[in-house]
Write a protein that binds this ligand. Sequence first.
Ligand SMILES: Nc1ncnc2c1ncn2[C@@H]1O[C@H](COP(=O)(O)OP(=O)(O)OP(=O)(O)O)[C@@H](O)[C@H]1O
Length: 689
Amino acid sequence: MSEIAVRKPVLERPQSSGPRPCGEDAGLHGVDRPGVAWDWMRQTGQAPSGADWVRPQVAEAWARCIDEHALTPGVELAPRLREADAPAMEATISPAAAHLAEAAYDLRALLGDAEVALLLTDPDATLIQFFDHGLEMSAGWPMTRVGADWSEAAIGNTGVGAACLLREPAAFDGKEHFNRALHRFATAGCPILGPDGRICAIIGLISARRDSARLMLGCLKIARRVMEASLFEHLVSDGYLLRLRASAFGDPGGRYAAGGRVFVAADGRIQGVDRIGRELLEAAAAGALIGEDVGAAIGVELSALKAASDDARAVPVKGRGARLLIADVHRAPRRDASSAAASSAGCGAELAELRACDAEWRDGVLETALRKASGLQERNIPILITGESGVGKDHLVRRLHAIGPRKDRPLVAINCAAIPRELIESELFGYEGGSFTGARAKGKPGKFVEADKGILFLDEIGDMAADLQATLLRVLDSSEVVPIGSSKPIRVDVRVVAATNRSLPEMVQKGTFRRDLYYRLNGVQLWLPPLRERPDRLRLLAHLFRIEQEQLGVAEAHSFADEVWRVFLQHPWPGNIREARNVLRSSIAVARERIIRIEDLPVDFMQELNVDSRRQLDASLLGEHRLEESGETSLDLSDWEARAVRFALASSNGNIAKAARSLGITRATLYHKMARYGLQSDRRIISKR
Ligand SMILES: Nc1ncnc2c1ncn2[C@@H]1O[C@H](COP(=O)(O)OP(=O)(O)OP(=O)(O)O)[C@@H](O)[C@H]1O
């Protein structure tokens, strides 16, 4: 982090300096004070020094932006990618940050549809992770790219940049941001401390509700507690865990009620202290107490702590003046060295190491989703799986079926987008023999009946016609279907899992998806992240690579050149895992040597990447933002899918069957997607109508 002198707030505003209400805001109640102050700053080039126009924290931050960071007021600042010549970003983040990235994933799932984006940066404010599900902030926004520089010096004050600089939680509403580009948002950030008291990451939230900074800050402080506890448990091993409590006398306000923890290695040296432990022991600086002998630090030797019997564990120790602390000693379990290495490998290590540990890697995203889904299945809670096209929604359902209690019963999948509108009712509910022209004489049972005692998977549920939504809801509520041409209801016992890559809450708001059906299907929502947002995406790619090699039966194992890994790391993968598997498969098929190089990557992939030479590639990796260049500055999730479809059509020269194959979807689904995105194909021109 750059060394910047942190200015103390200036509360006085000299009469001569500072904005005056002007324009249409003048004289009105509820003047947009930060807005007026910001305009004044833009015009004068100075930060207001008084506290009556903006909060002191804001005046301070703006003053830093002008004086220390030499930023120009009034402009839109876009971040550069930091990772200029370093190896791939993922290979440089610390094991602690990698663990937090996984914890952030769980947290993101908890936020559900709260319409906030969650991000994680390293201690220098370089973006490691960005989840915009819910807020659906443009995936093409440069600040959302892994490697983007979120420091105050780069993009002006944000909750994240200020938290990084000041080492404390910070938050800003709309026009409290120096950077005009951030006026649409509120931002909040909170440093996460590792067991040594040093910052190992900053967690942040962004909301399009411009007045939500303080609310988000409250959420982050809770999240910080959870994340720091999880990190502590993850990093310490093989030694003694001391639990510290303040006595009621020493903690009248209950501030330390949760207790603090100190981790002591077998040799008696302190290896970690959590936030409350640090406060109780009055550790001043980050890193203080670490490496110290526990006897010297808390006034009680480890042997005395160990010797304390169960009912005599109240051992007074030093700290917080005369207050009495009680220490419990627990032998922390020894963590398996290989699993510790596996979890940290690939983060602080070089790419080569990353690839070497591939065999031990496990797909945490899939496993977490499976774990949650199996519990829900047993309790008959409907599951809605969301995520972009190709992230593995279908794959998840198949795995879920294979491991669940209904594995010996059918899994019946129905693609609501691919079945013609007029057939879907008979497909779902079946029909009696001869009930309509063209019907089979014996009739047909329908998917609900076929799935009886098993699982019915309603894929692409967001594409179901409105009138059918009502019928589906009725069936789900009653668990009975009435085949076409019959009046006899049939009772069915099905577990329903639905999936979509569309935003159902948005469709509900627009009135194109029934609210009651949404609630009926959305017992619990499982969101699968896009490949570009996964912190473990390189390891997932390495894993998929191995699968493809096995399936192709290649005798000699291939590997990728580092330049290819870098491309993979930066590529936005609009077609997600499906696209990745196609790229990997065709690279293996065409490679002439064991090392796969850029030239071996499929042509359409390179076109998509918009680089055809190493030089251009480097330029793109150094921060030339292709989406910005192409004017596509605000892509949302469906834009990514539209891009994937367009590229598949373009690279198959308009051949629908070939394009559908390369996307791994049926022709009917492709036609449907083309209609949705207004694309047509005349075998030469792929255009937007
Ligand atoms: N975790 C995974 N491991 C290995 N392969 C995977 C994984 N997830 C998905 N795939 C593969 O990626 C391809 C796309 O997956 P899938 O069809 O499940 O995506 P989807 O999200 O259902 O896409 P869509 O919304 O377009 O239907 C499939 O070939 C699938 O086998």
